[in-house]
Structure formats: C-alpha cells, structure tokens
Design a protein around this ligand. Structure first.
Ligand SMILES: [Zn+2]
Length: 194
C-alpha cells in the first residue's frame, strides 16, 4: 500500500526515518517522558489505520503512492487511556531515574552504578529502600561499609517511587531532537530555562 521508495530521501532530516511520532496517552500527556515515548512513522500510521490512535499533528513530509498520499503524523494520541502502574518496576533504569541520574554521594553524573546502602553482608536487601545510585568511585570507596562507618550518607534516603514521581523526574530530560509540534505536550520549560 505504501511506497516509501518513492520518497525523496535527499534531505537527511526530512527522511521518514527521522520523523518519529510523539505518543500521547488518551489524556494528551506523553506516555513516557524519559525515554520519551516515540514511535516510528510506520508504527504511527499503522496504529492510525487500526483506529487505535488519533493523529493530533503532522509533519509537512508526505508519503505517497500512486493512489494515496498522507502527511506523516508527528503527534498521535491513544484512543484508550493506559493507566500507568502505581508502583514502577524495580529496574536499573527506574532507579537511576528516581535519583535523576546522579550519584547520591558526590552528585556526579558519570560512570553510574548502584550501591547497597546497608551492605549485603549486613543483611541489606536489593530493594527500592536500600539501593541508591552511586558513581563507581564512590561505590568503591564505600565498599562493604555502612554509611556511618564510611561517613558517606546518601543525599536522598532511598524510597519506593510512584509512577508520578518518575514521570516528574523524566521531565527534566529534554530529548536531543524536539519537533515544534511536540512542544505543546511536553512541559520541561522550567528546567530548560534553569
Ligand atoms: Zn560519586
């Protein structure tokens, strides 16, 4: 049905592969801020034809076949609201996002790993409330000691985040590329100006 090969691919930034669609929930908020919820133009068009999404905004870019033409969607919204899970999964990514990708001992943002605040040798468990983001040097320096023994207290006491909390933190990470039509649906202006 579609003939992407008829597209003019000379302009790199206007090639369809560089035209992802921002995916909004049915309430017109992004499904995810970080990583930003994006679909390829193929997935966005497929979902539109299956009537799973409404097209909210479009690129100037068109796809054409002999009998059909359509502007590529730049923003789509799900027709059915997806309820975010209240308690996000305990994953490395979500842990870093809770801690805003910064070491909770020195504040640096490089070479991140995670640290058991109460070491495993002392019975510390691998849970939201005992694991924190640490850079490799701090992790090494603290070693198998408690915060009191190492005189290293995490800036933020580890806690179980809600999905809302992770979304709020995700807003602090604007994407490298942001199409003009996405801006109305993303709310990180405060952080950008900070
Ligand atoms: Zn550190």
């Amino acid at each position: 049905m579609y003939h992407p090969d008829v597209l003019d691919l000379k302009e790199r930034w206007s090639s369809p592969s560089a035209c992802p669609a921002l995916v909004l929930n049915a309430d017109y908020t992004p499904l995810s801020y970080y990583p930003l919820s994006l679909w390829s133009w193929q997935d966005a068009i497929k979902a539109a034809f299956l009537e799973r999404v409404d097209i909210v905004a479009q690129y100037d870019r068109e796809i054409r076949s002999p009998s059909f033409s359509m502007r590529l969607p730049s923003v789509v919204a799900l027709r059915q609201y997806v309820k975010p899970s209240t308690h996000p999964a305990f994953t490395r990514f979500n842990l870093f996002l809770r801690d805003r990708f910064s070491c909770q001992y020195c504040g640096c943002k490089e070479d991140l790993t995670f640290d058991h605040v109460v070491p495993r040798a002392y019975g510390g468990r691998t849970t939201w409330i005992n694991v924190t983001t640490a850079c490799a040097p701090c992790n090494l320096r603290k070693g198998g000691r408690t915060p009191a023994e190492a005189h290293m207290i995490p800036r933020q006491r580890p806690f179980q985040p809600t999905s809302h909390h992770l979304r709020e933190n995700g807003r602090a990470f604007p994407p490298h590329h942001c199409h003009a039509t996405w801006r109305d649906y993303l709310y990180w202006d405060a952080e950008l100006e900070a």
